[in-house]
Each structure stands twice: as structure tokens, then as C-alpha cells.
Design a binder for this molecule. Structure first.
Ligand SMILES: *Cc1c(COP(=O)(O)O)cnc(C)c1O
Length: 491
């Protein structure tokens, strides 16, 4: 084909037309055209399945028809993570530069298992992760590896720690002559469920996970950690890793990392820091004190797909010594052996997956487009908005904070006068349900200290003061309705 011929091709022209329609829809969506829809989808389970044919069509259908069907059938079943009123769990933004990067990533279809199968994907990922590393103030010896989420990052960190603690585990598994050795992973009561999953996958079992008690602010108690480790050592247990959390999923508590690092040093135990969500705030100099001890970790995870405006999926796990991971895991089949000068850059050696997407590109686009200061300003604004919500809660006669405000996360609950303490959980559960049914905002709930609490997290790019004020109105309205119901049910 001659140069230029490609542009006369009908496939080319069709793609351009379809892409125009798709990008038009996406642009309107990202600009908020669907903001009137309920944030939490109202479909019933099975409704989407029932609305779609049970078999693939025998003849292909044009993309315009499919886009119509997408809008008609699928959009109602979306819970709008890209809505400024999404304040449940931890919000995440599929920002424009990230979305456009995904477009390129899909088009290029790079599979970066070896450096030679995509020098650009391998090296752009390296560059973007180095930028992020310096934004997080991590020492230069760390090396970042991308995974599809914090759970996979945690799994790989604990995998590397297991290899460091049990040298033969790679060949012999945990069947080391059945000498009865019992292994241990330590984390706080508030640590993420993926620590348990990692223990299951790594053959250690959930019984290996020691959940260390926390203080009144839900931070790991280092004294309890230290005494538990000494007790376990005396009983012949071998510690594999301590997982400290910087920003717990329930309430954003930051474990005392420096104190925990000191214990790990004494116990010669791997320190993994799970900063999946709050790690983003470590790019703000005014919060540096919260993250003191990051540099002492053996591994540390942060998810740009949570609070750094990068579309799912992108989690980064930084390893102090990359070889802890590669030695634990690298297996090179004959057909992938090449005498490349850069074979130490092969991404396939850095995780369970062989194939690797060009994930680094979206982070590169987002960091470049926002700039470090732009991203700092955005995260700072989210923290300010959460603080403003917390101030309202503190002034509110019928609401109270349920934990210290952590960055952009506020845990709170309703405590109206006249409602008996043992009815408060039920009241708050129905409050949450009502707020979400109203549709303008979406909040989530959790249990803290045995009590049911609501969580409001600010993290979407388009979330502003108006949305936080709206959340307050929605909560007030739902609370009134709950109290009416309660009053009517009184004899
Ligand atoms: C969200 C979260 C995870 C899990 O991350 P995924 O990307 O959802 O797998 C792990 N740890 C903490 C502290 C988190 O907040």
C-alpha cells in the first residue's frame, strides 16, 4: 500500500466516524451531561442481563447501533464513579488525559512482557514510576512495578517477603520437611482484607495473619505488635512481614510507621506499607509528617487509580530491592530467552502475569497534563472540602464525627436526641440507605469500634463545595425522614 492510501480506505473512514460519535459521548459524559442520573444505579440484579440477547448475533452489527444499545440498556445500570456526588468507598476519577491515554493504549495493544516486545512501554512505565517515586519522596533505590490493584500489589509484596524469609520456598513450597514451622504476617485489625487473601494465595493460610490491636484512633499499637512478635518467636514462629497501613480503608488511620519500622529492624522482618489510597497525599509537603518512615519500608504500595486521577487499573508497588521480587518469581521459558542487553528490564519477571499492558502511559499523561503542582492543588482542595464537611458535622446538633478526619475522608454518624443508643446502628443504616436512594450523592458505610458509621470521601476531579453542601442537604433530608418513621412507629 502506498503512503496515504490508508486514508482512502473505508475501514479508516468508518473508524473516524465511529470514533467521533464515541468521543462526543465521552466528552459530554466527562463534562457532566449525566449528572442528573442517580449516582447509585437503581437497576435490580439480573435486569441488565435480561435486557441483552442471550447469544451473540450471527451477523455483525454497526457500531452506531451498539452505541445506542449501550446508552439505552447499559447506562441505567452504571453506578457513576465518574460523578462529582460519588463520595462512597474511595472515589476515583477517570480524568480526560487518562481516558485519552487508554484510547492510545488500546490502539497500540502493546504487550510488554519483554523489553524487546515494547521498549517504549517498558521505559515509559519506568520513567512515569520514577516521577511518582520522587513526588512521594521515596529514596532513589526503590523500583516501582505496576499491578492491577492494591490487592495484587500487596500479594506481590508479601510474596517477595516470603521469599526473603524462607529461602527454599521457590522450589520446595512450604513443604520444608514438615518441620512444623509456623509463619506469621502482622497487620492491624483495620488492615485491608487483601492481606488475608495474600495469606490464602501464598499457602500461609489466614491463621498466619496476626491482627494487632489498635489505639483509640484505629492506628496499630506498636507495643502490642512488638510483644506479639516476641511471643510468637519464643513459640518458634517465623515472621514473614509486617504490613503497616498508611490510610486504612475504613477510616483512613495511619499506623505509626517509624515505630513499626524500628520493630521490623530489630526483628529483621520485612516492612510492607499499604498506602493504596492515602499515599496520594504524600505528595503534599504539609502532610510529610504523616508519612514519616515511608523511606524505611521494604515495599510500599500506592494506587494512582484511587486518588491520582488515573483510570482503573493502576496500582504501583515500590520495592527497595527489586531482586527480592524477581528472585522470588522469575521463570523464563525457552521461547522467551533472548540475549537482550536489557533483559533485566523485562516486566514479565516482576509479577505473576506474563503479559503486561502499557499501563505507564496513562500515568505519564496524567502527571504531565496536571503537573505536580496541579495534582497537589487538586488533592489539597479535596482535603479542604472534607474538612469543611467535617466542620458542618461538628456544628450539627444531630451528627458527630466517628473518627478523626483523615485527609479527604470523614467518618460520621447521626446521634439524634431521644434515640436510644442501641437503636443508633439501625438508624444510621437506614440513614445511609435513604441518602443513597435519594440519588444525588453516594456514601458508603462501615463499622468502627463495633458501631455502624457513614463514610464521606472526596476524591473526584469535579467535586466542589456545591456537591459537599448538597451532601449535607441530602443527609438532613434523609435524617428527617428516618426520624419521622421512627416517630410514627412509636406507640
Ligand atoms: C483500596 C485499598 C486496597 C485494595 O486496592 P484495590 O486496587 O481495590 O485492589 C488495599 N489497601 C488499602 C488500604 C486500600 O484502601
Amino acid at each position: 500500500m502506498e503512503r496515504g492510501d490508508a486514508c482512502d480506505d473505508s475501514t479508516f473512514r468508518l473508524f473516524l466516524e465511529d470514533a467521533g460519535r464515541f468521543s462526543g459521548w465521552i466528552a459530554r459524559y466527562l463534562a457532566g451531561e449525566l449528572d442528573h442520573l442517580p449516582v447509585l444505579s437503581r437497576v435490580e440484579p439480573g435486569e441488565i442481563t435480561a435486557a441483552l440477547p442471550g447469544q451473540a448475533p450471527s451477523q455483525g452489527r454497526p457500531m452506531t447501533k451498539l452505541l445506542d444499545e449501550f446508552m439505552r440498556v447499559m447506562v441505567p445500570g452504571l453506578t457513576h464513579w465518574n460523578h462529582p456526588g460519588f463520595m462512597g468507598y474511595f472515589p476515583s476519577s477517570g480524568s480526560a488525559p487518562g481516558v485519552l491515554a487508554e484510547f492510545l493504549i488500546a490502539a497500540l495493544n502493546q504487550q510488554a512482557m519483554l523489553w524487546r516486545t515494547s521498549p517504549t512501554a517498558t521505559e515509559v512505565e519506568h520513567v512515569a514510576l520514577k516521577w511518582l517515586q520522587s513526588m512521594l519522596c521515596l529514596p532513589p533505590e526503590f523500583t516501582g512495578v505496576t499491578f492491577d490493584g492494591g490487592s495484587m500489589s500487596n500479594l506481590h509484596a508479601i510474596l517477595a517477603a516470603r521469599h526473603a524469609a524462607i529461602p527454599n520456598v521457590r522450589t520446595r513450597g512450604l513443604d520444608q520437611g514438615i518441620d512444623g514451622t509456623v509463619y506469621r504476617i502482622y497487620c492491624s485489625e483495620q488492615a485491608h482484607s487483601s492481606v488475608d487473601k495474600a495469606a490464602i494465595v501464598l499457602g500461609l493460610g489466614t491463621a498466619a495473619v496476626r491482627r494487632v490491636s489498635t489505639d483509640r484512633q484505629y492506628r496499630m499499637d506498636p507495643a502490642a505488635l512488638s510483644s506479639q512478635m516476641r511471643k510468637d518467636r519464643a513459640a518458634g514462629c517465623v515472621p514473614i512481614s509486617v504490613v503497616a497501613t498508611a490510610g486504612t480503608t475504613a477510616c483512613g488511620a495511619v499506623d505509626p510507621i517509624e515505630a513499626i519500622a524500628e520493630i521490623c529492624e530489630t526483628q529483621r522482618t520485612w516492612l510492607h506499607v499499604d498506602a493504596s489510597w492515602a499515599g496520594a497525599a504524600a505528595i503534599l509537603p504539609e502532610h510529610a509528617a504523616c508519612f514519616r518512615g515511608f523511606d524505611l519500608a521494604d515495599s510500599l504500595v500506592v494506587n494512582p487509580h484511587k486518588w491520582m486521577f488515573t483510570p482503573l487499573d493502576l496500582s504501583v508497588c515500590y520495592f527497595r530491592r527489586l531482586r527480592d521480587l524477581t528472585e522470588a518469581l522469575a521463570v523464563t521459558p525457552e521461547y522467551l530467552r533472548h540475549p537482550d542487553a536489557h533483559s533485566d528490564l523485562n516486566l514479565m519477571d516482576r509479577g505473576i502475569a506474563l503479559g503486561r499492558r502499557f499501563r505507564g502511559l496513562k500515568l505519564w499523561f496524567v502527571l504531565n497534563h496536571m503537573g505536580v503542582e496541579g495534582m497537589q492543588a487538586q488533592i489539597r482542595e479535596h482535603i479542604r472540602l472534607a474538612r469543611s464537611f467535617a466542620d458542618t458535622v461538628e456544628r450539627h446538633p444531630e451528627l458527630e464525627l466517628a473518627a478523626p478526619v483523615s485527609f479527604s475522608l470523614v467518618c460520621f454518624r447521626a446521634t439524634p436526641k431521644g434515640v436510644a443508643a442501641h437503636h443508633l446502628d439501625a438508624l444510621n443504616e437506614s440513614l445511609l440507605e435513604r441518602v443513597n436512594a435519594q440519588g444525588a450523592v453516594f456514601l458508603s458505610g462501615t463499622r468502627l469500634g463495633g458501631r455502624f458509621v457513614l463514610r464521606l470521601a472526596v476524591g473526584h476531579l469535579r467535586t466542589g463545595q456545591a456537591h459537599v453542601d448538597e451532601a449535607v442537604r441530602q443527609i438532613d433530608r434523609a435524617l428527617c425522614a428516618c426520624m419521622d418513621v421512627a416517630a410514627r412507629s412509636q406507640p
